[in-house]
Design a protein around this ligand. Structure first.
Ligand code: ZN
Length: 197
């Protein structure tokens, strides 16, 4: 059988999404037998990222800087804000190429079972940001899953009293669909066809 350290490596690889015991075994043996340089790089970059990557002080996306490059970009339209669930959704929207405003990244969705409420998603900060940055239009682009819809509903109720234009990215994004997997064209159409709330 495998020694304790190898077993531990296999076990820890299983925290990755979609990695079962068989793939974990394959990965661990590959790293140790065939690519110790790659393994070393992986270990170092993982440590580095864990130590240094935090959240953007404005939009909450993951970055090692105090503010991310999108928030720092003065060319972008500060009056428009798009709310997404994950940093991967920001990339998907950017690749679609038809949004030039800024983002607010929830880093999740409302999920009472997992103890994720408005506070965990930074919704108090969202409210302040909309007021302080004089945002005129908010586009809610949470996933069209049940949790994403519930989160969208909560946010729209929260922001309605602020008298801003509120819309929901909907058309073209399949029900139950996650934004990050929607292709750029569909996403651009979904943005164009956003529904007023
Ligand atoms: Zn930012």
């Amino acid at each position: 059988m495998f020694s304790p350290l190898i077993k531990e490596l296999m076990e820890s690889l299983r925290c990755l999404p979609g990695v079962g015991p068989k793939s974990a075994q394959k990965m661990a043996l590959y790293l140790l037998e065939r690519d110790s340089q790659g393994a070393d790089r992986l270990a170092c970059s993982l440590r580095d990222a864990l130590d240094k990557v935090g959240r953007c002080g404005t939009c909450r996306t993951l970055t090692e800087d105090s503010e991310c490059s999108i928030c720092l970009d003065q060319e972008r339209d500060q009056t428009r804000l798009c709310i997404v669930e994950t940093p991967a959704d920001v990339i998907a929207m950017e690749n679609a190429g038809s949004f030039d405003g800024r983002y607010f990244v929830l880093l999740g969705h409302l999920s009472p079972i997992d103890g994720i409420g408005p506070e965990e998603l930074g919704l108090d900060r969202l409210e302040k940001l909309v007021v302080q940055a004089s945002v005129e239009e908010v586009i809610i682009a949470t996933n069209s899953t049940i949790e994403g819809e519930a989160t969208s509903h909560y946010i729209s109720e929260l922001l309605k009293p602020l008298n801003i234009e509120l819309s929901r990215l909907a058309q073209g994004v399949p029900i139950g669909g996650e934004l990050e997997y929607v292709d750029g064209n569909t996403l651009a159409l979904a943005l164009k066809g956003r529904k007023k709330l």
